[in-house]
Design a protein around this ligand. Structure first.
Ligand code: ME8
Length: 544
């Protein structure tokens, strides 16, 4: 009689899969970074976590872009996928999967899902007329388009009211999915899961939109219009709509169709889909409806973030107003870029990308606060971290008289990890980072006020006195905890800091984030040689 319980479902988190029609910009990098930070946080909690990112390669948009480039679509997509893969690597994204919709296993999954939907009577054929936007890859009803005169050309066009992208009239025979049948089940689901969409105002918008009516969805295009896609099984004259194809990517990499008894091995259902606010409808209405139709468990959370703008205008591939993420990483390094994006990037509200802000954040916080504290503590000539940890570890604050040191311990050191972790529970990595930064500023202020450099050595023993030891121990603890909590945001810099502090590799998890939880550190694992050797955040060169 085995009491073995099933292995815990891994935490599963995804980014949208990115269109390969144009090069990535920092908006795409932001989504990857945000997702990676949450994934790494889960690892920090001691869980197995799986992250998936990848590329969306079918559809009219990519077909047209390949034609424009005079390239074979397959070769065009190979190149595009490589660029996104490189970006993930360069940005230290720890994705476990990189899915491409042109992968054979994915095509099988999409055709299998189609087959099931058809079998359940949820697909029917009908003439479809409407306005199609190639940029947005979707149809808009008459009520959602308006005429517009293109200022640069004077050309009269029709555009989507929501996104401003051009639409073209199309009248064609295609397959439809009975989306309207899911209006009630969706509304019931939203009601039962009030925190399903973060932030809340987007949750309300989704409900409003579904309440106001749900039309059936066209889920194929005639092959003569769209060749670059997955064929409808049993009907060579039709190609599967790119969004049905794309959304299924999340299931492909989780191992769908699932082997009975092993449904959760690949992480299904997803714990979180991270997306930009531009694709809420697809993920919060179509996707759960498809999943209900396929009788699959729904994702637990949809984290929708705001956009990066440039000089106040939307950053977008189609307008060319973009910041090249490769260039930005070359300039600042992956860690600083990740830090900036997490610190300033918006969940609720858009953020304006600004080099001056990056430099200011670097100088004012990374260099002057965190870097400065780390260097003073680990490189001080009058004290040693190891000595302070050894001597103070055995006499924690219960034995100290009430003072700034014991107050710092009680109010800051022993609460920071729980607070930051709590902010991850509500999917707010930005606020979590702000809280951590505030903690570092507090540690610095405490250190500054305690002035250990002014306190002479204990003459009798030649060792630092208790006051100095206490200050160094507290500052080292603050740095140790900060180093651990910073790993998801800045994996390399955090590692450097923890190596300088001599924190053992297996003691770098959330479980060690209470002060006093680790007394076995303090001997640097690296040489802290000359003034600039191994400095965490050296001053930026004046040209910056
Ligand atoms: O929509 N600021 O792909 P896509 C922040 N293939 N993030 C931004 C951004 C900005 N200015 N611009 C884009 C697609 N993004 C589909 C997705 S998923 C099954 C299919 C990010 O290449 C944001 O995450 O247009 C947005 O949702 C995503 O890139 C869209 O990427």
């Amino acid at each position: 009689n085995s009491t073995k319980s099933a292995p815990e479902k891994p935490y599963y988190i995804t980014t949208p899969i990115f269109y390969v029609n144009a090069a990535p910009h920092v908006g795409h990098l932001y989504t990857m970074v945000l997702t990676d930070i949450i994934k790494r946080w889960s690892v920090l909690r001691g869980k197995k976590a799986i992250m998936c990112t990848g590329t969306d390669e079918h559809g009219l948009k990519v077909q047209k872009a390949a034609a424009k480039a005079g390239a074979d679509p397959r070769a065009f997509c190979d190149k595009g996928a490589d660029i996104f893969r490189d970006l993930a690597q360069k940005a230290e994204i720890s994705n476990d999967h990189f899915v491409r919709t042109t992968d054979e296993d994915h095509k099988d999954v999409v055709q299998y899902a189609w087959f099931l939907l058809q079998e359940k009577g949820l697909i029917y054929e009908q003439k479809h007329e409407g306005w199609y936007s190639v940029t947005d890859e979707c149809f808009y009803p008459q009520s959602q388009v308006k005429p517009w005169i293109e200022p640069s050309t004077g050309r009269k066009i029709m555009t989507s009211i929501e996104t401003g992208s051009e639409v073209e009239w199309s009248s064609e025979e295609n397959y439809h999915f009975r989306l309207s049948a899911f209006r009630e089940p969706l509304l019931e689901f939203y009601k039962a899961n009030p925190n399903w969409i973060v932030p809340e105002h987007r949750y309300k918008e989704v409900i409003q939109s579904v309440e106001s009516g749900l039309e059936d969805l066209s889920i194929s295009r005639p092959y003569d219009r769209l060749q670059w896609g997955i064929r409808v099984p049993g009907d060579e004259s039709q190609t599967i709509y790119v969004w049905l194809d794309a959304l299924m990517n999340y299931a492909t990499k989780a191992g769908y169709p699932f082997v009975p008894g092993k449904e959760h091995e690949g992480g299904w259902p997803a714990d979180c889909h991270v997306i930009g606010k531009d694709i809420v409808r697809f993920h919060c209405i179509y996707w759960p409806a498809f999943l209900m139709a396929l009788r699959l468990p729904l994702p637990k959370k949809i984290l929708t973030h705001a956009h990066w703008t440039l000089g106040g205008a939307k950053m977008s591939k189609s307008t060319g107003r973009v910041v090249d993420p490769f260039h930005a990483i070359d300039r600042y390094g992956p860690d600083v870029m990740r830090f900036y994006m997490a610190h300033d990037g918006g969940i609720q509200d858009d953020s304006s990308y600004d080099n001056a802000h990056i430099i200011k954040l670097y100088n004012k916080f990374l260099n002057q606060q965190l870097g400065n504290l780390a260097s003073r503590v680990t490189r001080g000539k009058k004290w040693s971290v190891r000595g302070a940890v050894e001597r103070m570890g055995s006499s924690p604050p219960e034995y100290w008289s009430d003072g700034p040191g014991s107050r710092f311990w009680t109010n800051s050191l022993s609460t920071v990890a729980t607070k930051v972790d709590g902010l991850f529970d509500i999917y707010d990595p930005r606020k979590a980072l702000h809280h951590l930064a505030e903690f570092v500023r507090g540690a610095n202020a405490f250190f500054q006020m305690s002035k250990p450099w002014d306190n002479i050595l204990d003459f009798a023993s030649g060792e630092p006195g208790d006051d100095v030891d206490r200050t160094i121990y507290l500052a080292a603890e603050a740095l140790r905890v900060t180093g651990i909590l910073l790993q998801p945001y800045m994996p390399n810099k955090a590692e450097m800091l923890l190596n300088q502090l001599g924190v053992k590799a297996d003691r770098r998890t959330l479980a060690y984030c209470q002060p006093g939880a680790d007394l076995d550190y303090g001997t640097p694992m690296v040489t802290l040689g000359s003034k600039h050797e191994g400095v965490l955040f050296p001053p930026l060169s004046s040209e910056e």
